[in-house]
Design a protein around this ligand. Structure first.
Ligand code: BGC
Length: 441
């Protein structure tokens, strides 16, 4: 199948690369004792509304999925029907031993028309939260995970400066209705995603413009902008302001609710000669956003892979490297350098809000999780304030432009019957969660 992805890299014929020794500087020999995580450490799995709920009809991504020349290989449709099956899913999550669930509430459902907030939808999410609490699960809520209402994108989306106030109003309404039940609030998922996509130029600007023009035409408006495909400079400027105003709106309703953003991060590694380029790229894609998070209560760190950088920028995946279903490198150590970077730049507590791997081989998922947790162990041993490991993802689900082929889930979902099957990786992670400790290496 033709693979289209926002962030995948393609393997190309490159000879072995000499990497500087400092890359592994954080590593220490592991001990022969199990490693005990701090009391209260959150162990969880994450989802996003559009990827699991199904029939997100009023969202901009639904519209993009339906375009004749859509960048999506297939549409989301019913996906996992999590909108109706959330109680079963939360119960499964709790049964594995995990103690937290990160999910997003869907703006396109809550405010399907500008200024109209659906009481019924807000009540639905209240039931989801209550379901978590009944199962002893701490709810981590993302207010916006990529998708927006169609009306919002049809008036310029995040490119329109009005987006800042609109997002803040939405945050206020959601918090008024749900805030008392939420443990941790993430305003916007991967605030830096548009900047990352643009720096990588994975989808050329002409193609992004053509998709936005086709979307505008399909609903008879002049301009349509859905991140990450719109104008990157305008989106980044406004989305950072929207985060701050949204955070303040949440805190105005519930001052004690820990609130922050989440960022997509990469283990950037320079090959000799690429050091300057790495600095520049890292500033544009990560550090600029990390600096803007310094006043927040926490930073949500999300990392999946590494990227090699030479003097010209991103390099293709090294020949012979093991790659995931996403086309990028299988790199369990991605999360450790991301945590270290986030801690160094922000100085605030770190929650790992996503980390995982697209693979059809569940043994590889277990290997990936173990590798990631060893990295978190080293961070904790060095005194870094890391407070969670939330795995991406609970269910095999709609992986955006790649459709249903990549499977990141701890739980498989039959696409026809919606039957859930818990994978060994879920029990592996659940056992660690139950004991709050990682067995000796
Ligand atoms: C996103 C998820 C996505 C995952 C795997 C993260 O960047 O937040 O929505 O499914 O990566 O690609």
């Amino acid at each position: 199948m033709k693979r289209r992805t926002f962030i995948a890299s393609t393997a190309a014929g490159l000879s072995a690369l000499a990497l500087p020794n400092t890359l592994f500087a954080g590593k220490k020999p592991t001990t022969s004792q199990p490693f005990q995580f701090p009391k209260g450490f959150l162990w969880g799995a994450a989802t996003a509304a559009h990827q699991v709920e199904g029939n997100n009809l009023n969202s901009d991504y639904w519209l993009l999925e339906q375009l004749p020349n859509s960048p999506f290989v297939e549409p989301s449709l019913d996906t996992c029907d999590h909108y109706h099956r959330y109680a079963e899913d939360i119960k499964l999550l709790a049964q594995t031993g995990l103690n937290c669930y990160r999910f997003s509430v869907e703006w396109a459902r809550i405010e399907p028309e500008k200024g109209y907030f659906s009481r019924a939808t807000l009540d639905h999410y209240r039931h989801v939260l209550l379901s978590c609490l009944e199962q002893g699960i701490k709810p981590v809520v993302t207010y916006q995970h990529f998708t927006c209402p169609i009306w919002f994108s049809a008036q310029g989306g995040w490119e329109n400066p009005e987006s800042i106030d609109l997002f803040a109003r939405y945050c206020e309404k959601v918090t008024q209705h749900l805030g008392d039940l939420i443990s941790l609030a993430c305003t916007i998922n991967e605030l830096n995603f548009t900047a990352q996509l643009d720096a990588k130029n994975f989808v050329p600007i002409e193609r992004r413009r053509a998709v936005m023009a086709a979307a505008a035409k399909s609903i008879g408006v002049k301009h349509f902008s859905a991140a990450p495909l719109g104008d990157p400079t305008a989106i980044t400027n406004n989305i950072l302001k929207a985060h701050h105003k949204g955070r303040n709106a949440i805190k105005s309703v519930r001052p004690q609710l820990p609130t922050g953003m989440t960022l997509t991060m990469v283990d950037f590694q320079a090959v000799p000669g690429g050091e300057q380029k790495l600095k520049q790229l890292r500033y544009e894609i990560e550090d600029k956003f990390l600096e803007a998070a310094r006043d927040d209560d926490f930073i949500g760190v999300q990392a999946y892979t590494r990227e090699l950088i030479n003097e010209n920028g991103f390099m293709p995946v090294k020949e012979g490297a093991e790659i995931t279903q996403m086309g990028y490198e299988f790199w369990p150590n991605a999360i450790e350098p991301a945590i270290r970077r986030a801690a160094a730049v922000t100085g605030i507590p770190i929650y790992v809000t996503e980390n995982g791997v697209g693979t059809a081989d569940d043994k590889k998922r277990i290997e990936y999780i173990e590798g990631a947790l060893r990295g978190i162990q080293r961070c904790l041993e060095d005194g870094l304030d890391v407070r969670s490991y939330i795995h991406w993802t609970l269910l095999d689900n709609f992986e955006w432009t790649n459709g249903y082929e990549p499977t990141f889930g701890l739980i498989a979902v039959d696409r026809k019957s919606f039957k859930r099957s818990v994978k060994p990786s879920a029990n592996y992670l659940g056992e660690i969660a139950r004991s709050n400790s990682l067995p000796a290496d």
